[in-house]
Design a protein around this ligand. Structure first.
Ligand SMILES: *[C@@H]1O[C@H](CO)[C@@H](O)[C@H](O)[C@H]1NC(C)=O
Length: 174
């Protein structure tokens, strides 16, 4: 049995409009910057990540927990490492678009507040190899959560924006 939390991630970001920016050698990256036009483009998309926290193959694992944490109602001081599948739709079988890799730790002493640093690593044909880095506070029990998109690479170079997180379902898989 595994416990899976499925989170919807709405990404609203501004990225620079030049297409076909793949991970290149520094000289090419330099050229890319020199060719930058200053027009901006808005990208909004929705993906889902599947956080499996128990069972045979968990994708999010507790990596640090001092004994004192057991006394904390907010799990203050716990640190987890995740590598969750990122899919197009809500179902775990829906097309895989990448991975949500990162760290989240319980940083709230009095209310649950996760400090989350997550890289979205895309593998879908259009964005293959591109990443978005998110950083922010995820108060997991609240309905609305916003985290910053602090940057991007490849096709998503210089992206900045907001990732809205919403936990939709918690499912048990047998
Ligand atoms: C993505 O890039 C990797 C490494 O360059 C390659 O092996 C893989 O086939 C690519 N996948 C897609 C869907 O283009």
């Amino acid at each position: 049995m595994a416990m899976v939390a499925v989170a919807a991630l709405a990404l609203a970001a501004m990225a620079m409009p030049l297409a076909c920016a793949v991970t290149d050698d520094p000289k090419k990256v330099d050229n890319w910057f020199n060719r930058l036009s200053h027009a901006e483009r808005k990208t909004t998309c929705l993906h889902f990540f599947h956080d499996t926290i128990s069972g045979k193959s968990p994708t999010a694992v507790r990596v640090a927990e001092p004994t004192i944490t057991k006394k904390s109602p907010t799990l203050f001081r716990v640190v987890n490492m995740m590598d969750d599948p990122l899919t197009e739709g809500l179902e775990p079988e829906s097309p895989l678009v990448g991975r949500a890799q990162g760290l989240y730790g319980s940083a709230g002493l009095e209310s649950l507040g996760l400090l989350m640093n997550m890289n979205l690593v895309f593998t879908s044909p259009k964005y293959n190899g591109s990443t978005l880095s998110t950083l922010g506070r995820n108060p997991a029990y609240e309905t609305y959560r916003e985290m910053l998109i602090v940057g991007g690479t490849g096709f998503l170079r210089l992206a900045s924006g907001i990732a809205t997180v919403e936990y939709n379902v918690i499912v048990m898989h047998y």
